[in-house]
Design a binder for this molecule. Structure first.
Ligand code: SAM
Length: 199
């Protein structure tokens, strides 16, 4: 099934109806000491209904939510019609091909990396290297860290190392955190990790 068809037929088990609490934890918990940019450009690739994009826009980032599925983007716009801030925009396009114009200070990956089979991971890493600004952050809520067979997905099983391996050189891991706020049923299979791109 294509991604668009999944959104059309409402076969979207990953859609939890809200942002994942660990993203909020990163920005709002005093327990995490990480220097986050106060403003700038943010991207949520594979944004789905856009809960995370809306959250980042509400924190003051000029935010783009991008998804390959036109239906997902239509749902994101519809869902947020009453609270759509000027700082938020959406586009239906391909993460690997879209011309973003200028790089991002923050890119947030939740259930995007795990949507791709292993052979596509180097392309994901190369693209991140092109679109995250020097000194910018890639925030990943790594999931599902469950040790399943490599061919079994999506979601394809990940570990923190698989993100690093795909990113290659030029990134520093600045946070590797076990979220205190993760939903109970997935608490043991996710980790909040932030990489900073070298200047
Ligand atoms: C597992 S879903 C996660 C959606 C969203 N992050 C959420 O949690 O609700 C993966 C999303 O990535 C999108 N996607 C897949 N390949 C893509 C690509 N090449 N460019 C942009 N989006 C893509 C799909 O349409 C789908 O909405």
């Amino acid at each position: 099934m294509t991604w668009d068809k999944a959104w059309f037929t409402n076969l979207t088990p990953w859609d939890r109806g809200a942002i994942q609490p660990p993203l909020r934890e990163l920005f709002e918990s005093d327990a995490i000491k990480l220097d986050l940019p106060k403003s700038g450009r943010a991207l949520v690739p594979g944004c789905g209904r856009g809960y995370d994009a809306l959250y980042l826009a509400s924190r003051g980032y000029q935010t783009l939510g991008l998804d390959l599925s036109p239906k997902a983007i239509a749902l994101a716009k519809e869902h947020q019609a009453s609270q759509y801030p000027d700082s938020l925009s959406y586009i239906a396009d391909d993460f690997f091909k879209f011309d973003y114009g200028s790089p991002f200070d923050i890119v947030y990956d939740w259930t995007f990396f795990c949507a791709f089979p292993r052979e596509m991971r180097p392309a994901w890493g190369k693209r991140m290297g092109e679109i995250v600004a020097p000194g910018g952050l890639l925030i990943a809520l790594a999931f599902p860290i469950d040790g399943r067979d490599a061919q079994d997905g999506p979601p394809f099983s990940v570990d923190v190392g698989s993100y690093k391996e795909s990113l290659g050189e030029g990134w520093e891991k600045v946070l590797d955190h076990e979220p205190a706020t993760a939903a109970e049923q997935i608490r043991n299979i996710q980790r909040l990790v932030v990489w900073k791109r070298a200047k």
